[in-house]
Design a protein around this ligand. Structure first.
Ligand SMILES: *Cc1c(COP(=O)(O)O)cnc(C)c1O
Length: 375
């Protein structure tokens, strides 16, 4: 039996399912909601999260690299699995063997799949990524027509869909997404806008703030894990039912000690006590995803109250100030992320301390710790 760590990520399956159903409602019943399960489902566990989404009605999943797709299929996932980052030509057979859907953005990939399709006497449907303003993966709009023409000459391969990605859909009152959506619609028309050509561009922000962009399918990530892409502002603006954060991060107190005023704390003594101080030592550090940027900035919950991080966060340890919290003892539960008593610390709050976004906090915590799942 493996010995469990002091640090545990808890994932609420009911929160994941709630978020999936809410997104499906917002997108509309005719729209497919693809669950983005890349980055091990934003730290929630790709295989487990995909199972929960599937039970809630999901039949489309998105991963970054082909290896993740192979792993998800091998774990028994039904439905469509889209691979978004492309692939090495020599790996193109894996799409056929594991029934995965390639997203392509160059003709070399198309040619490699075509050769494989001919060899296997099978046709594969690909989705074409177009860069309508993100300046990330994808061919430029001006190249779409010639690309589609070239693709149509290749045997063993068909164009199943066309997609793009919004860079600013988290800005709920920006005009940028509307402009980009127009560009996408023009591009889809150039690609032959038939009913068999699937169109998808919307991420979480677009589903929530620009629902007219949902097209045939949306690709939801952060919202399925319970966070608004624009953080607390989005949650506070919500008039309907709210998304529910699914992850919490629980640790415990290792040791408690009282040190006099003028005592330096942790590497470099970047914090010096200004009075007699009770410190709790916690078994969590940057190796566990508690970023070193939280040194002298982060807070945790002990006995339902907030304790501030003092000094630098170490690799596997950090110190918090429990001077104002009655009765803290070694073994006490510590909440790094989540609720305790009447208080809670959200991924948005932690992201604020780190000058980052909830997405990164979830990946850091979830992918560097043991996970357990609850109903
Ligand atoms: C990650 C990703 C998404 C999901 O974005 P969220 O903001 O998390 O909803 C959608 N599409 C693509 C191509 C992505 O890489």
């Amino acid at each position: 039996m493996p010995v469990s760590s002091f640090n545990q990520i808890r994932v609420s399956a009911s929160a994941l399912a709630h978020n999936y159903r809410l997104l499906q409602q917002r997108a509309g019943s005719g729209v497919r909601v693809l669950a983005m399960v890349k980055a091990d489902a934003y730290g929630h566990g790709m295989i487990e999260a995909a199972q929960v989404f599937a039970s809630a009605g999901c039949s489309d999943f998105g991963v970054a690299e082909i290896g993740e797709g192979v792993q998800l299929r091998a774990a028994g996932a039904d439905g469509n699995i889209f691979v978004f980052l492309g692939f090495r030509p020599e790996d193109s057979g894996l799409f056929f063997e594991h029934d995965l859907i390639p997203v392509i953005y160059d003709l070399e990939s198309g040619a490699a799949l075509s050769r494989e399709g001919v060899r296997r006497e099978q046709e594969i449907a690909v989705h074409l990524k177009v860069d309508c303003g993100m300046s990330r993966l994808g061919i430029l709009p001006k190249d779409v027509e010639s690309f589609v023409t070239a693709l149509q000459q290749l045997p063993g391969i068909a164009l199943g869909g066309i997609l793009s990605h919004f860079p600013r859909a988290d800005e709920h009152d920006s005009l940028h997404s509307a402009e980009q959506f127009n560009r996408f619609e023009d591009v889809a028309a150039q690609a032959g806008n038939t009913t068999s050509l699937m169109k998808h561009i919307a991420n979480s922000g677009a589903v929530l703030y620009f629902p007219y962009t949902c097209c045939d399918m949306v690709r939801a990530g952060i919202s399925l894990y319970g966070y608004y892409p624009d953080g607390n502002a989005g949650a506070e603006r919500e008039k309907g039912e709210r998304l529910q954060p699914a992850m919490s991060f629980v640790s415990r107190v290792l040791q408690v000690k009282t040190v006099p005023a003028g005592t330096g704390v942790s590497y470099g003594h970047t914090y010096t006590t200004d009075k007699e101080t009770r410190l709790a030592v916690l078994p969590v550090g940057y190796e566990d995803g508690l970023s070193r940027h939280l040194s002298n900035r982060g807070e945790v919950l002990v006995r339902g109250k907030r304790a501030k991080v003092r000094g630098r966060i170490c690799m596997n340890l950090c110190m918090v100030d429990v001077s104002e919290i009655e009765g803290v003892q070694s073994g006490d539960e510590v909440i790094i992320l989540g609720h305790q008593g009447d208080d809670s610390i959200s991924g948005n709050e932690i992201a604020g301390w780190m000058n980052s976004i909830s997405y990164e906090v979830l990946c850091l915590f979830g992918n560097n710790n043991e996970r357990t799942y609850s109903k």
